[in-house]
Design a protein around this ligand. Sequence first.
Ligand code: NAP
Length: 339
Amino acid sequence: MRMRFLGKTGVKVSELCLGTMTFGDRGFFKNIGGLGQKEANTLVNMALEAGINFFDTADVYSEGLSEEILGKALGNRRQSIILATKVRGRMGPGPNDIGLSRHHITEGCNASLKRLGTDYIDLYQVHNFDPDAPLEETMRALDDLVRQGKVRYIGCSNFSGWQLMKALAISDKRGWERFVTLQAYYSLMARELENEMVPLCLDQGLGIMVWSPLSGGFLSGKYRRGQPQPKGTRLSGPQPRFLQFNEEKAFDIVEELDKIGLKHNATVAQAALNYLLAKEGVSSVIIGARTPEQLADNLKTTDWEMSAEEVSRLDEMSKPLPLYPYWMQAMGPPEPEPE
Ligand SMILES: NC(=O)c1ccc[n+]([C@@H]2O[C@H](COP(=O)([O-])OP(=O)(O)OC[C@H]3O[C@@H](n4cnc5c(N)ncnc54)[C@H](OP(=O)(O)O)[C@@H]3O)[C@@H](O)[C@H]2O)c1
């Protein structure tokens, strides 16, 4: 397992991070994973054995249970781990049990530390933008957590370009801690990130942490054109799919991933993950798994590398619709006609 720097920090993380959204069986997340302590221990041990040192969770995953399970699974190995969690979602019925106010960030961090069974969080991420909380208040509250030693680095997730740039500008102006990572949805079915956020992260030195790299499992190769959907999976479950994509295009991409995988003696899932490891700005790809077999498959991603030609073939096939003003900027101003 290769290591990469987490953005511009001096800390090294494995290029695959283990996502723990499948840990726990409460609320919305029950259908996503439903894993108990024993199953989670197996996945965590497999990840550690493969050389993974980076784990991602969130307070909202199974209403805090994912953090509890992960903390227990890591046990006394916690010191050598880079542990990331998140704050922002609703954690109780009260008006202040949600959002990015100083109140909720402070309470949220203390509660996460308790559930994780640790006295510091390596990477504390805001899960989404909060239009109701002043960004100065959010950034100052996060800076305080770093000064207090409860948090080592801060990151954000699901921010747009202006939101992230505004947050960085506030930190820079005040001399406060700045976000070192952006955690974002990025896959062969969703490359919108390349319009604004990838150039921004490269310019500002943030590391990208990729979430849902298989688009919730679709790019694993088990969904095929004209074949019945597999049963008991996240995407065939009762909840509406929140990741939207064009299925016909996705089937074409899966067929191409099959060909590339065959050439490297690898699977469709490994090829889909491998593609993201080749993309600029990526610090780590967060892999998710419901079973040990899925994790074993995904962990083999780092055993091989996709060629530049294969990456550009997939680039071409998965090209998103051009958005304004990016297509206009790529085109440049019209040149005068030659005399
Ligand atoms: N910041 C955010 O807003 C945000 C949002 C989402 C996720 N995340 C983070 O990103 C992590 C990964 O997200 P994700 O779980 O959506 O990733 P994903 O890779 O898109 O989907 C993972 C799911 O795909 C299926 N799968 C995975 N590997 C497979 C394989 N080799 N063969 C067959 N099926 C396979 C499994 O589900 P089934 O068995 O049910 O098919 C697994 O739970 C999460 O754990 C979390 O840490 C963050």
